[in-house]
Design a protein around this ligand. Structure first.
Ligand code: SF4
Length: 490
């Protein structure tokens, strides 16, 4: 009998992307196979997000689209997990009774058992835990990429930003021990991975649970000792907890990339206070100044919310001023919209939609100018690109390939006759700059074929077993006896 097949549909942030890798790993360990070319899986898992506007309408719309398939194939199962499931719980099966399983952010490891139970009992199984039982990284994960991997260092968040639903859905911060993190990174590198992104809602508070406020900088330095690891990134830092030792660790650890995604949210101190973001614009700009003193080539990106309740024209102008001074290479800009369950959703003084729209357009125009002028400075420079799959939507038409520079910029280049694969590394000279990407249409200046490229070409992806490894200390991790097995509010 052929294995039952599955498909995971992911919405939301990097945390969810990484959780979906774990869901895939769990299902495959339980005997399921990825859906084939016919696109008719036996199990569809929705890994949902509660941050986006209208997330629930979209989910119920998607569930509605699946209903005919489920009626035609009663053996098919539908599972809903992630932040929206954690928030809506039983409501999901009340509104969509053809759903078989609902599970939360704290018990993704239960999915195979819940599917089995629902099938056996012929009724919907809803299981939501209020706190984390096991750190998610102790679960198996089937990685999407042969060359680049997420590694969770913490889950949850101890902050209480008034626009954010994350703390109530992901719980308090739980830190993973450094030895376990480093063992996972080492295991991934042993499988050919050359880039890792350390993942936490607030990586700068990493260590709070085991009493070491300098733990994150030490972790970066320890990653620097792992042979074969070319690029280390992290997301997301927090201006409140960002300390100078992290800047020093970034500057002094050669494989840590000089790219920093530092959420600003607002340039107005009044609005920052209303958001309960406990830094002010002066501190924020001071951090950027020190980062650039230590790393003049640093590319800094940010998140900004326009139209937070009570935001005045003067507040918005303060945001424009900070954006102009910050010289971000890019920004994720959002129009504030109410998130049910957050403190800001019930604030008076919601800003009228047309005012938010008009401010948003001014902010985007300013940021585009800055991004473009910074990108133009790179024309004529040589950039090292880690070649990626799926980064260039027009690559097939333009006969280009795409990837990221060390600073995180998106580069589209012409491989010409070179047999370049995703996972390989090339040096190219920038010939053209746009606000959101760079183009290199000359010859490839250097091409390094990598193990990750070989494995990508062969269709092999790392699979981490999730076995807990390592000691709670820093230092180069011991090679595990056998191969071992994610503020991301976007
Ligand atoms: S915005 Fe980030 S720091 Fe603030 S509560 Fe949400 S996850 Fe935590």
């Amino acid at each position: 009998m052929s294995a039952r097949t599955y498909e995971v549909r992911t919405y939301g942030c990097q945390m969810n992307v990484h959780d979906s890798e774990r869901l895939a790993g769990l299902l495959e360990d339980a005997g399921y196979a990825p859906v084939g070319a016919d696109g008719n899986p036996d199990v569809v898992v929705f890994n949902t997000c509660a941050v986006r506007e209208n997330a629930d309408n979209k989910l119920y719309g998607n569930l509605g689209h699946l209903r005919p398939a489920k009626l035609a194939n009663p053996g098919m199962q539908i599972a809903v997990g992630g932040c929206l499931a954690q928030k809506d719980k039983q409501t999901i099966v009340d509104r969509a009774p053809w759903v078989d399983v609902v599970f939360g952010t704290h018990n993704i490891g239960s999915l195979p058992a819940l599917l089995e139970r629902a099938r056996h009992n012929e009724r919907a199984e809803v299981e939501i835990l209020e706190s984390l039982e096991v750190f998610p990284s102790t679960l198996p994960a089937k990685r999407d990429s042969a060359y680049s991997a997420w590694v969770s260092i913490s889950v949850g968040c101890n902050n209480t930003c008034t626009f954010c639903i994350v703390p109530s859905l992901r719980g308090k911060e739980r830190d993973r021990r450094p030895g376990e993190i480093l063992a996972e990174v080492k295991a991934l590198v042993d499988e050919g991975v050359s880039e890792v992104t350390l993942l936490g809602q607030n990586v700068n508070s990493y260590g709070v649970e085991f009493g070491d406020r300098f733990a994150f900088g030490k972790l970066l330095r320890a990653c620097g000792e792992i042979d074969g690891l070319d690029r280390v990134r992290f997301t997301s830092p927090h201006p409140r907890d960002f300390t100078d030792d992290v800047i020093a660790a970034m500057a002094e650890t050669p494989n840590v990339c000089h790219s920093l995604h530092m959420p600003l949210q607002s340039g107005s101190d009044r609005v920052l206070a209303a958001m309960r973001r406990s830094y002010r614009s002066k501190r924020y700009l001071g951090i950027l100044e020190r980062v650039r003193e230590a790393m003049p080539d640093a590319a800094i990106t940010t998140d900004i919310i326009v139209g937070f309740p009570g935001e005045t024209e003067a507040d918005f102008q303060a945001t424009l001023d900070v954006v102009a001074a910050s010289r971000f290479s890019g920004a994720f800009t959002f129009q504030y919209s109410k998130r049910p369950g957050t403190p800001a959703a019930v604030l008076d003084e919601q800003v009228p939609k047309q005012v938010v729209q008009e401010r948003y357009e001014r902010l985007v125009a300013l940021q585009e100018d800055i991004s473009w002028s910074l990108n133009k400075e790179l024309v004529g420079r040589t950039v090292e690109v880690l070649v990626a799959a799926g980064e260039g939507r027009k690559d097939a038409d333009t006969h280009r390939m795409s990837g990221r520079g060390r600073d995180g910029r998106l580069v589209h280049f012409t491989p010409g006759a070179a047999a370049v694969r995703p996972g390989d590394v090339v040096d190219v000279r920038i010939t053209y700059a746009a606000p959101h990407h760079l183009v290199a249409d000359g010859d490839v200046l250097a091409h390094r074929r990598t193990v990750a490229g070989d494995r990508h070409e062969a269709g092999i992806r790392p699979k981490t077993s999730g076995v807990t490894l390592g000691l709670p200390s820093f230092g180069k991790p011991a090679t595990p006896a056998e191969p071992t097995g994610g503020c991301a509010v976007r």
